[in-house]
Ligand binder design. Sequence first.
Ligand code: GDP
Ligand code: CA
Length: 356
Amino acid sequence: MAVSHLPSEYSVTIDSAHGRFGSSGRASVGTVKITVLSGGVGGARFLRGLRHHLRETLPDGAGGTTAEVTAVVNTGDDMWLSSLRVAPDLDSIMYTLAGSNDEVRGWGRTGETERVSVELNAYGVGWPWFTLGDLDLGTHIARTHFLRSGLALSEATARITDRWNLGVTLLPVTDDEVETQVVTDEGTMHFQEWWTRHRASVTARRFEQRNVDIASPAPGVLEAIASADVILVAPSNPVVSIGTILGIPGVRNALVAASAPIVGVSPIISGAVVRGMADACLTTIGVQTSAEAVALHYGGRSSGGLLDAWLVDDSDADAVAALAPAGVAALAVPLWMRDPETSARLAAAALAAVRY
Ligand code: GDP
Ligand code: CA
């Protein structure tokens, strides 16, 4: 089923490098299944845009879409704090899709207060530099309640997201605890400490995912990859968001083997991050902060990597020709997600890149 209402500026199409859509470049009939690999804020904005686009182009007549969107979400930022399980990327996506995220601050809930955190600080409980809002704490208490009742994180996530009518299924990439540790000259610390407390000012020597070697993909993750009609890599942190997802045993192989084309969106525009610390993360793993270098890091599918197509910003149009030898069909389009409409156009461009 093809999306036929793409804005004209996004009507450029590229054949899937795998040619699996046949001569028409289109998938077989049935519900369109889209699987998105996602981190927190960049992924959340992209998913909101994708949902917006699909509601317009594949409407279900009841305000939603007939397409099935599954987000496979990074859990490397998760942590136990004050005995509560906190899952920042899952929650960023949930609040953004629910329309209850704080757009000004960029994270957390709207109308938030922080009275409980003040009390916890007074007791010396938790991290004084990491404030959890009162409404947000409700989410963490609910999640911890479900986990303590014996549910896996994926089941707890289903219970928590059920409340919100998100229109997107959120799957943590794994039910196992694979927290990202940052190895620095000042010691090894949780990713949240490196970023929130130190603002990435302490040089990261390397990133390690605790227990990743014994982790498994959460139920539904490999199926969502294998059964997708198209797979999108959101403009998320390539190291500590997408890199963590790819690090779960079995996930990368499932992507390489997937029959769907894989389209990625650059989180880097004009050699800089839009927000966050992906530049510091990329430097740590020896990858330049550029749209081109991130694409080469993911690799072209024809040479054993992930990408069939890659979207770069108009300002990075030079990367289009530079990536051709690597077998990555790059397209230059506006990559700034300023609001749901610009995000929707970006999602449309990602689908159009493989004639979807
Ligand atoms: P986090 O988990 O909250 O850090 O969020 P993600 O991993 O999903 O995304 C972080 C990345 O999103 C950063 O590298 C940003 O550069 C990128 N990003 C944020 N806003 C935009 C945007 O409007 N356009 C693009 N292309 N990337 C963005
Ligand atoms: Ca994150």
